[in-house]
Structure formats: structure tokens, C-alpha cells
Design a protein around this ligand. Structure first.
Ligand SMILES: [Mg+2]
Length: 129
């Protein structure tokens, strides 16, 4: 994905339509939430097994792809309007996640890092003992 090129095209898309006044961070965050809800709607009430099968239905997969794109577009646009380097932000967050969820503590479980029973920092060990 050529993120800078997509960002530029989204800027042009908004500028050609004189939509910049509407693309405030507040409005973009709200649009992102709405599009996320539209994405969720496709999975609402599905069993885990049915949700796994969504990709097997071409029509449903296409509908989901469109909502995924809507979410991505608003996220990219929001980052652009706030001067956030999205690629750097993602890479930084992935690094922090790897630190919070080391394989030896996180493998096979989905427990949030701050709810782990097993301490992983020296200061936690002192509190536990
Ligand atoms: Mg949508």
C-alpha cells in the first residue's frame, strides 16, 4: 500500500468537492465510528463459525471489503488532518505491543497485559511477594 499516494488522493478528493471544512478531526472520528459500526453490522449475531465463513461468501466478502475500505479511508484521512504519520504510528505501536505481549507470556491466551496473573516486571514481583 502506497500510503502517501492514497493520502494525497484523499486530499484531492476532498478538495475538489470543497469538503475540507467538513473534514474536521471531530467529524472524521465520528465518521470512522459510523463506518466501524457498519462493518460490525455484517457480523452482528453471527456465531464464531459463521463469522469465519464470511470470507467464503463472495457477495458478503465484497460488502465487508467496502466497509473495511471506508474505515481505512477515514482513519487515513484523520491521521492526515492531525499530522500523524500513520505508518510510523503503526510501527511504534506494534513495537510497544510486542513489549507488552512477549511470546512467552502471551502465547495461547488473550489476557490483557495489565491483567496478567504472572508478573513480568521486577517491580510487580516485589508487589506480589
Ligand atoms: Mg460504509
Amino acid at each position: 500500500m502506497d500510503l502517501p499516494e492514497i493520502q494525497q488522493r484523499l486530499r484531492e478528493f476532498a478538495a475538489e468537492r470543497h469538503w475540507e471544512p467538513f473534514h474536521t478531526p471531530k467529524n472524521l472520528v465520528m465518521a470512522l465510528a459510523v463506518e466501524s459500526a457498519e462493518l460490525m453490522e455484517h457480523f452482528h449475531w453471527l456465531t464464531p463459525e459463521q463469522s469465519l465463513a464470511v470470507g467464503d461468501d463472495p457477495d458478503l466478502r465484497q460488502a465487508v471489503a467496502e466497509e473495511v475500505a471506508d474505515v481505512a479511508i477515514y482513519l487515513i484521512r484523520l491521521a492526515d488532518r492531525l499530522g500523524i504519520d500513520l505508518e510510523t504510528a503503526i510501527r511504534d505501536k506494534m513495537k510497544r505491543n510486542a513489549e507488552k505481549y512477549p511470546v512467552h507470556l502471551a502465547k495461547g491466551n488473550a489476557v490483557k497485559y495489565n491483567r496478567r496473573k504472572m508478573p513480568c516486571r521486577e517491580e510487580d514481583q516485589e508487589i506480589e511477594s
